[in-house]
Design a protein around this ligand. Sequence first.
Ligand SMILES: *Cc1c(COP(=O)(O)O)cnc(C)c1O
Length: 399
Amino acid sequence: MQFSEFPVQSLMYITNRPETVFTHGKGSWIFDHTGKRYLDFIQGWAVNCLGHCNEGMIRALTEQAGKLINPSPAYYNEPMARLAGLLTKNSCFDKVFFTNSGAEANEGAIKLARKWGQKHPNAAGGARFEIITFDHSFHGRTLATMSASGKPGWDKIFAPQVPGFPKAELNDIASVEKLIGPDTVAVMLEPVQGEGGVIPATREFMLQLRELTHRHNLLLIVDEVQTGCGRTGKLFAYELSGITPDIMTLGKGIGGGVPLAALLSTAAVAVFEAGDQGGTYNGNPLMTAVGISVIEQLTAPGFLENVTQLGNYLREQLLALCDTYGFEGERGEGLLRALLLGKDIGPQIVEKARNLSPDGLLVNAARPNLLRFMPALNVTREEIDQMIAMLKTVLAQVG
Ligand SMILES: *Cc1c(COP(=O)(O)O)cnc(C)c1O
């Protein structure tokens, strides 16, 4: 089929997209309407942690589709309960609420923190509601999560904002401490800022934050929508610093490509009362059945150790590029990495990489001066080598 035969003009405009319609994929490869294949180091935006069309996920999805798709969220279902059990068994949390997107999970985290702040008021008896978040953070696209985000310009585009999200600077504990007041109830951060350009919170900063929040009786919320589910080489990125947060949100990887996300908390913080929280599709068995397959594969012996090794391998290859081309360096955790280009050639590289032939390459420029890599967690070394070789071909064309 020709591109012009797809009625894409019926789609609401939200962003510029290339004239490419993707039709199928397998593992690290995705194919478009012309049959051209692309090595995919975007993977649905750090979502397809097991690559395209993973066998275990297909089996879980098709088996569940033939059994029960939607009993209504007013009742328990088997995959919902089993996945919650898997998550609490493998984390420091005791309670799980499932949602359909990361933004919705974060929205739930904000509500839960505010509810907890009503039950744990300040000295004057007032409900605490302020959540300190960070410059350049990204928490989603609902009104509250946009207000929580520190993306430049986002304070204006759908004004007025939801109040109660003062911004501190990542890896600067004094900037957090300065914002703590009588209304503060929590601090919320991404262990590695993803959309902000793959900027890790340091181990030291995470420890300082945990100590500071304990001292002021504040909740610590980690937004692990991008860093969770094996992306950093640990099942959850908070494990990298050895701290235990009070609330965590998951999205992206937990569904491996299907719309699934989750809000987790410790038992002490799970203070919702009947009617406070809900959602038509929460815990729907079709998606949670897939989540079970994903978590079982991620926690299989050796899987996460391999992610760490692959992350180290990717890091070495990116550092070698820095030597050859004089780039500034690289950063990240596990298989969430960025190459710091030192100049704003990211978007140009992204376009040229996609247009390579016969095979294209999909990478992302989270900021114009860097490239972000978020391959499948079961990518192979050979595929990393192929990606680097393709990138070199592109770099030969870029000034
Ligand atoms: C992608 C992302 C979100 C939003 O998730 P959606 O599923 O797009 O709503 C929130 N937080 C972080 C850290 C993300 O990377």
